[in-house]
Design a protein around this ligand. Structure first.
Ligand code: SAM
Ligand code: SF4
Length: 464
């Protein structure tokens, strides 16, 4: 049964906004940036106007503004996670994905619970604390219970003091009753991407299976909220339709959730189409997004919804990822594989979902991030203290989150360095921690020092 959410994308309003704002003067654009600096978010017309920026000087202003807002709210923290693909079985036919049902040439695999435990152990031994569990839309054993058992399995694996402390989930939209069951299994964020908010573009690339139903997918977050999940992640697969249209449609989706449930999404993901085996369209995006437009859209998102996390995956190259950290990205994946079994058992080949732009190990990414002056964070404190949904936003909005997140980020980083870091990473990490402490306000610094000392003395999982 479809939930009546009253959510529909108003394409006429988007077209009008884009048309009306296409002739914004430089001074009007600068005024919008002054407003954006107040960190109260942007209205649709402002977003449409910023999309038109081409003058290098104003573009530099946009990037500077996004960077300041990012720093003010998130400080130097970058949260790290990795995807855990448990199955590439799928009954849908998405023209851009290697797992599409019509791609008969690839090796398919759904991991057994023992195999999921082995994958989890490999990730823990690398130093991961957060995973994003991912699957195609066809569950091998026990139907959807397969996913619930997989989540429990990931949480159950312990390796000394190592463990996965937060399992986020990216699986196909569910009925409300299954969302209720998903919540009971202690997930962090439920994440699903609309792929494109453009109905016609959507129909052209979703050729078979449940995913052909645009409205079923669009209403997924409403069903999740109705089921009590208040921590959701949305996204667009950039390249399927005009990126400016997608930002404005996303703006409508977010405002709808805020109006109906009092809180918007916790995260936004910004995947761009990457080549995928057996899916030619992925190599020829109908609406390619240039690197410059990509940086621009990340910066605009940061100003549009300052308190919503932005996730950058390893689809992108190391260079692009580095550039977007300053523009607003707050979470990154690292050391990722997109083939089930890819972390522990590469002998039994199974196909990957798409090509990766950044294939570096977690430790290499951690060292790089630290050298760039950021704090790689493995913290899972908010979610475990119940600071999710509206509670998280209440805390985040006045900037208070920094007083929790900054010390938590440092203590989880030191834990990583002591337990898993290579010597060169430890060296870069210790310098980064010392610099971060120096730039902190007195109260969070005091708190951070106490927490770091506990980690040095052997305590683990210290957060406030
Ligand atoms: N199967 C579920 C679904 O489609 O919603 C959930 C997982 S799906 C494996 C995760 C995401 O991968 C999709 O939502 C899509 O945005 C992304 N994806 C698929 N093919 C891609 C490609 N060629 N390049 C980049 N991202 C891709
Ligand atoms: Fe299946 Fe998801 Fe790939 Fe579509 S994107 S073919 S639903 S795994």
């Amino acid at each position: 049964m479809r939930t009546d959410t009253n959510l529909s994308i108003d394409t006429e309003a988007i077209a009008l906004s884009l048309k009306n704002q296409s002739r914004c003067s430089d001074s009007e654009l600068k005024e919008i940036l002054v407003r954006a600096r107040q960190m109260k978010g942007l209205e649709a017309d402002d977003v449409a106007a910023l999309c038109t920026i081409s003058d290098p000087e104003i573009l530099a202003d946009l990037f500077r503004c996004a960077s300041e807002v990012k720093e003010e709210i998130y400080g130097k923290r970058l949260v790290l996670f990795t995807p855990l693909y448990v199955s590439n079985l799928c009954r849908n036919d998405c023209a851009y994905c290697a797992f599409r049902t019509s791609n008969k040439g690839i090796a398919r695999r759904a991991l057994s619970m023992d195999e999921i435990a082995a994958e989890t152990a490999s990730l823990i031994d690398e130093g991961h604390k957060r995973v994003l569990l991912v699957a195609g839309e066809s569950y091998p054993r026990d139907g959807f219970d397969y996913i619930l058992k997989a989540i429990d399995k990931v949480y159950s694996v312990k390796r000394g003091s190592g463990e996965i402390r937060r399992v986020n989930v990216n699986v196909a939209p569910l009925e409300k009753a299954d969302f209720v069951r998903l919540k009971d299994h202690n997930i962090g964020t439920y994440q699903i991407f609309q792929e494109t908010y453009h109905r016609e573009a959507y129909a052209k690339v979703h050729l078979r299976g449940r995913k052909t139903d645009f409205d079923w997918r669009l209403a997924a977050m409403d069903r999740a909220f109705e089921a009590g999940i208040d921590d959701v992640g949305i996204g667009v697969l950039f390249g399927l339709a005009d990126w400016r249209y997608e930002l404005l449609a996303m703006h409508q989706h977010i405002r709808h959730l805020e109006k109906r449930f009092g809180v918007g999404p916790h995260t936004i993901s910004v995947p761009r189409l990457e080549p995928a085996e057996g899916a030619d369209l992925a190599s020829h995006p109908p609406h390619p997004v240039s690197d410059l437009a990509f940086r621009k859209l990340v910066a605009i998102l940061r100003l549009m919804v300052p308190y919503t996390g932005i996730i950058m995956s390893t689809r992108e190259s190391a260079d692009i990822r580095r550039e977007t950290f300053a523009l607003g990205v707050s979470q990154i994946s690292a050391g990722s594989r997109t083939n089930p079994g890819g972390y522990s058992d590469d002998e039994k080949k199974s196909a990957a979902q798409f090509s990766l732009g950044d294939v570096r190990s977690l430790d290499d990414v951690v060292a790089d991030v630290a050298r760039l002056g950021y704090t790689p964070s493995f913290c899972t404190g908010c979610y475990r203290l119940g600071r999710t949904g509206a509670d998280f936003m209440d805390l985040a909005k006045p900037g208070d989150i920094k007083t929790h997140c900054a010390p938590n980020g440092l203590s989880s980083f030191l834990e990583y360095l002591m337990d898993y870091g290579k010597p060169a990473t430890q060296k870069a990490g210790m310098i980064s921690i010392a610099n971060s402490l120096e730039s902190m306000d007195p109260e969070p610094r005091r708190r951070a020092k106490i927490m770091l000392e506990k980690i040095r003395q052997g305590r683990r999982d210290v957060f406030c």
